[in-house]
Ligand binder design. Sequence first.
Ligand code: CU
Length: 140
Amino acid sequence: MDKEERFWLGVLAVVFLLVNVITLSPLVPWQEWMLWSRPTPDQTVSVEFGDYEIGLPPEGVEVQVGEFVEFVATSSDVTYGFGVFRQDGTMVFQMQVVPGHENRMVWRFDETGIYDVRSTEYSGPRHSDMLVVDAIRVSP
Ligand SMILES: [Cu+2]
């Protein structure tokens, strides 16, 4: 390895470390409560996946801005994805829903609105039908 190669290897190592330090640090607003503190959820919402259906609580999901919500998703057959989307189609967050586990995610919504839920993991031929419009209502 010559001198120039060592230099660029060093640059790569520094970039790697910087990106990790920045993305894991509490400077990223949600990392403070996702990684560094363990807030007690204000409510828990169960989501049951199975046979290409997304089973949300029948009474709906009502959340307040700033509240910590724990989503607990299970699957009775294959791996799905639990994705929460804004009305403009941009994603808020998602997690994989692996069968045989309680897949947990704590989230704090910081904007009011109505959110859709869709499967974000290709799960088979009916995957694209896995959409629940207006699934989560976040109020002030
Ligand atoms: Cu799917």
